[in-house]
Design a protein around this ligand. Structure first.
Ligand code: AMP
Length: 423
């Protein structure tokens, strides 16, 4: 199967060739023809599967059939985070190089003026995060009446982040007749419910089975004494001479602390989380990608949507209390067929989280123990869910840490505005 067989025309094929893609990924093979047939699509695909091109390429193919001197927004891509929005825009720009189509990205945390200026020039494709979209729309800077295609990307994370009401608000502004595409890494009941409200007779496409972890990723789970985690992390990075490592912590404070300790040991590290300015986050990510910074320490929300090709090492310094986050985290490695290793350092308090992850991903980990870093002995039948502490709340909305995996009733209740959480 080639990109040409999928029905894409020369100007896009040229851009694809320039990117160096030789054949479509499974999600692209499945999604592109459906989108071109103007079907609504419900796609289960993780970051790293090539899902972005899976929706961007056919959208460009559809829109380029008719271009306007002064374009109006005809395709809207809604994404949960600024980083992901910027990255999708980068892809759209690259894939549309040889077409007349114009695109731009809008997100919060930065001055709106340049965004408004570009919108006034007219664009065919708009990539946006919900808050800034609603804001600029309320100010009268965006006309969404001509939307033909609406994409909701990373829908599961949208719900996690408490965006459900914002999505509904946006849906109410869009024209009723439109094509809808919904992408999500995990495929829970909540996602299906959201999808029901947005999609009409959708075709379902799946790139990977539900909640399974990508096979090329080697997963190691090491039981560890909590106070020794930092020392072991430093040891792994230095002795392994790892040059590009993504580390996850559960809290912003934890990310800062670890970053400081790594830098003290002359391992260059930067943190990205909700309290860091957009400029800092962009800079940290760019330096990490270029290899100028060896370690990026991130909380789950901040890391969402980061595209780092061929990332060899991911360390779960702390285990996520929301099991789905584990799938997202390790999706940062082993992408596009490259081998990667994801290492989870599990202290005694986190054993219950690992159990939840095993249940969700339908696998049982061999739990390694390293001499000198062993956790205190505990009777494993006594493992209980850790009591909720303030470090376990979501930035937007909160979830009861004691609730069972899959029971996401608390995910988007009373989604408080702003990113006042710990992550
Ligand atoms: P995504 O899942 O959209 O975040 O894409 C993950 C990575 O795979 C990105 O770096 C893309 O540039 C790359 N990619 C997308 N499609 C292909 C393809 N058909 N062949 C090789 N790499 C691809």
């Amino acid at each position: 199967m080639t990109f040409k067989d999928l029905g894409l025309s020369d100007s896009l094929l040229k851009a694809i060739e320039k990117k160096g893609y030789t054949q479509p990924s499974p999600i692209q093979e499945k999604a592109i023809p459906q989108v071109l047939q103007r079907k609504d699509v419900l796609a289960s695909a993780q970051t790293g599967t090539g899902k972005t091109a899976g929706f961007v390429l056919p959208i460009l193919e559809i829109l380029k059939k008719e271009t306007f001197k002064r374009p109006q927004v005809r395709a809207l891509v809604l994404t949960p985070t600024r980083e992901l929005a910027a990255q999708i825009q980068q892809n759209v720009k690259e894939y549309s190089t040889f077409t007349e189509l114009k695109s731009t990205v809008i997100f919060g945390g930065v001055n709106q003026k340049p965004q408004v200026f570009t919108l006034k020039q007219g664009v065919d494709i708009l990539i946006a995060t919900p808050g800034r979209l609603i804001d600029l729309n309320n100010q009268g800077f965006i006309n969404l009446k001509k939307i033909e295609i609406f994409v909701l990307d990373e829908a599961d994370r949208m719900l996690d982040m408490g965006f459900v009401r914002d999505i509904q608000r946006i849906m109410a502004i869009l024209p009723e007749k439109r094509q809808n595409l919904l992408f999500s890494a995990t495929f829970s009941k909540e996602i299906k419910k959201l999808a029901n409200g947005i999609l009409t007779n959708p075709v379902m496409v799946e790139a990977t089975p539900e909640n399974t972890t990508v096979e090329v990723i080697k997963q190691r789970v090491i039981r560890m004494d909590k106070p020794r985690k930092t020392a072991y992390t430093i040891k792994m990075i230095s002795e392994g001479d790892w040059q590009q490592v993504l580390i996850f912590t559960r809290t912003k404070h934890g990310a800062n602390k670890l970053t400081e300790k790594l830098n003290n040991k002359k391992i260059s590290a930067m943190a990205i989380h909700g309290n860091k300015s957009q400029n800092h986050r962009t800079k940290a990510l760019a330096q990490f990608k270029k290899g100028e910074v060896r370690v990026l320490v991130a909380t789950d929300i901040a890391a969402r949507g980061i595209d780092i090709p061929l990332l060899p090492h991911v360390i779960n310094y702390e285990i996520p209390n929301i099991s789905e986050d584990y799938v997202h985290r390790i999706g940062r490695t082993g992408r596009a067929g490259a081998n990667g290793v994801a290492i989870s350092l599990v202290d005694n308090d986190e054993l219950a989280y690992i159990r939840d992850i095993e249940k969700l991903t339908k696998q049982t980990f061999d739990k390694e123990i390293i001499e000198g870093y062993e956790p205190p002995h505990i009777d494993e039948s006594q493992i209980k869910k850790p009591k909720g502490n303030p470090g376990q709340t979501r930035g937007r909305g909160s979830r009861n840490p004691n609730s069972k995996p899959g029971n996401k009733k608390h995910y988007y209740q009373k989604g408080s505005k702003g990113n006042g959480g710990k992550r």
